[in-house]
Ligand binder design. Sequence first.
Ligand code: PMV
Length: 332
Amino acid sequence: MTQKPLKASARAHSNIALIKYWGKREIALNLPAVGSLSVALADLYTDTQVEFSESLDEDDVILDGHENAKSSRRISQFIDLVRAQARTDLRAKVRSRNNFPTGAGLASSASGFAALALAATKAAGVDLSPRELSILARQGSGSAARSLFGGFVEMHRGEKADGSDAYAEPVLDADEWPLSLVIAITETEPKKVDSTEGMQSSAASSAFYQSWVDSSPDDLAAMRAAIAQRDFQAVGELTEYSCLKMHGLMLSAKPGLLYWNPATVALIHRVRELRKEGLSVYFTIDAGPQVKALCLPQDKQAVSNALAEVTGVQSVRSSELGPAAHLIADDE
Ligand code: PMV
């Protein structure tokens, strides 16, 4: 590191996969077994400040105003990767805040590790390209590799053992095809089985796992084509298909992994009814009980109102598609 102490702050937006990532081809480097394709969300984001300092004996990490030993360890291990590149032993002060519930299927690890990758490298004076940042963020969380970019983003599975071809890249900017997301929150507790554990159990015990991996390239190709043609119905149908296929895989693990609650199921039915009533809306669900509804901007208000009425829905948020991760002003 050239100057010290060095400080930087970054904002990264959460993302929601339309074609899902579930399964790892290698654990240590966190290499995905399948590619994925997501959209960035303008209104859900993480702000993270990192400051390296000679006065610290250990990393000092506060997330959403709290200390958490498990998260701190994961973050310190991630900063070790940045320290190795910067050739420094300096410890860091990390302050990070999500503007949405953490760990409940709203992709907080995606925006969290993307913001951390950008802020920590900048603070350490390590200059990485967007692709290199994506590769770094992937080692914190697979979906974080996508949160470096805005709009529609594809994550490549890659083939190489060193992970140098397992990175995300933008497919289409947010303003090239404005779409909206309505998020129905049915629970705010952190999930009980984290994605890494769920993925390992699915790979080890589901009879469907190999088919999931083998059929992924076709899903990605179909989604890429649908986006290129701005074919909303095709994008929506593929989104529901990939979501239900992933949850089918989770359900077929031993023991079966069920992230849904009764409100999640009610929301699935409601979204399908809304389509019959003429709205352009499709659902997707991640490793949690929230339902994310992809819709055309003109239907956003009607979809929000309808989903808010479903029994068990605690709150509804909506968002347009968002921008790439970027540096922001430091707090202090
Ligand atoms: O990035 P991770 O390890 O939290 O895994 C994300 C998995 C899903 O959210 C369920 C799917 C996805 O592609 O985002």
